[in-house]
Structure formats: C-alpha cells, structure tokens
Design a protein around this ligand. Sequence first.
Ligand code: DHB
Ligand code: FE
Length: 285
Amino acid sequence: MAKITASVFTSHVPAIGAAIDLGKTAEPYWQPLFKGYEYSKQWLKDNKPDVIFLVFNDHATAFSLDMIPTFAIGTAASYQPADEGWGPRPVPVVQGHPELAAHIAQSVIQQDFDLTIVNKMDVDHGLTVPLSLMCGQPEAWPCPVIPFAVNVVQYPVPSGQRCLNLGKAIRKAIESFDQDLNVQIWGTGGMSHQLQGPRAGLINKDFDGAFMDLMIKDPEAQAAVPHINYVREAGSEGIELVMWLIARGAMSDLDGGKPPTVKHRFYHVPASNTAVGHLILQNNP
Ligand code: DHB
Ligand code: FE
C-alpha cells in the first residue's frame, strides 16, 4: 500500500524563483535564505519519494475570477510551468501521477469533500518555487507530483478546520492505494505577508513563530483559528497558511500514530515582501 512518510512546508515567494533562475542565490540578500534550504535539499535526496502530493494555490494563472474552485486536484499526466509577473519559469515540466490522483479524487469525494477534477492545468510559482527550493535546478523533477490547488485568493476561503479534516481524508485516500509508494505531502504558501494597501509589507514574526509551534505540536488548536485572525495578524496573503493544515492533517499522529519528528525548522525575513517559513516533519512508524 502507499504510505505518507513525511510532510514538507514552505513559503513560495515568486522572487525566490527569479533569484534561482537569474543565478542570484549567492548574493548577500539571498544567501541566508538559500542556506536555510541546504539541509532540505540533502534530506530530499536521502529521502526521495515516489510521489509528491503538493498543496499550493494558483495566483490567477490557471484559474481566474471566471472560475474559482475551492479545492482542485490535478489528474493530468503533466503540467506546464506558467506565471504572472516574471513569466513562465525555466524549470522542468511537472510530471503527474494520474492513477494515484484519480484514486485520491474517488476516495476523498466519497468522504464528502467536493473536489474539482482538473485534467489540464498550468502550474505557477505556488508549485514550482517549493520544488526549486527543495530540489535546486535539476534537468527533471525527482518524481511525479500531484498538484492540489486551494482557493486562498478570492473570498470565501476554506477554514483551517476544513483544511485539517481534508488532510485526514487525503491520508485515508493515499494509504488505501494498492501500490507500495512512498508519498510525501507538501503544504506551501505564507508566512505573514500583505502585498497591497496601507499595510503592504506587513510581517508578524510572533504570529509566524506561534503558527509553526502549533503546526508541530498541536495542529488541532491551529485549525480552530478563524481565517479573520490570519488576515488581521498575518496580512491579507497570510491566509495562504491554511494550506499547511491540509498537509499537516495527513500526518500519522492525527490518525492515532506517534508524533512526527521535526527534521528541520527555518524562518527568515525578508524575501521580497514576505517572511519565509519552512518545516520538515517525518512520520514515525
Ligand atoms: C508575492 C507573491 C506571492 O504569491 C506570495 O505568496 C508572496 C509574495 C510577491 O509578489 O511578492
Ligand atoms: Fe502566494
């Protein structure tokens, strides 16, 4: 059977992608940020998954105000990189895993979560920047990826509790797949940031630190935090953090297992207009 072995959490700031693509990672502004991911790149090489289930948000690249799915699962064989702002990144095409994705869609929908099934989709920095941070600049990404897009751009957005519960359903779905696959689940977005209006540039280190503490020790408590608190405390784009709860909800301890081991924790300010947070949690058998 397939097994979820670990979860990875990281911000996805587009300027990080541009820094990688333009060869600026050693510059004094960026060097401390990329140093925080050196451990992670080695960890991923040493713990190479067969599939990554990657929770991210689209930024009006694949979707627009014409159509706003709350939760969308990618069931395609491949996904082209695309982006607003800097344009499509020069990164490998993302290979999918249609068979596992279709199984997860079947299982999660039968567990009463409405998912939109997406057979064709481009993927933006929300998905490619986390891959670049964890893998560097390979010729091909190390394994297939199932993109799972969450609407955190246009209100109403899903609650933290719904995201945590969805993670639990995704866990059941993955662990009922009839192939021995090592699956990692990644949650991306955040940390605190606000990109527009009088509060543009807002960073709240205390909120970010407390969020990461609860993500490790008490995700049920974090799930009870209403979305308005994220917006008030972590800025209008800080709401991206609810996506971390989907990945966290899929870990074993929320299904009667042991607490995960914290393999890595990193926090850095600034990256463009945002704080960057990163965690690697490994399941214990
Ligand atoms: C920016 C955009 C994002 O989508 C994000 O999550 C963080 C920062 C930006 O434009 O700086
Ligand atoms: Fe974003």
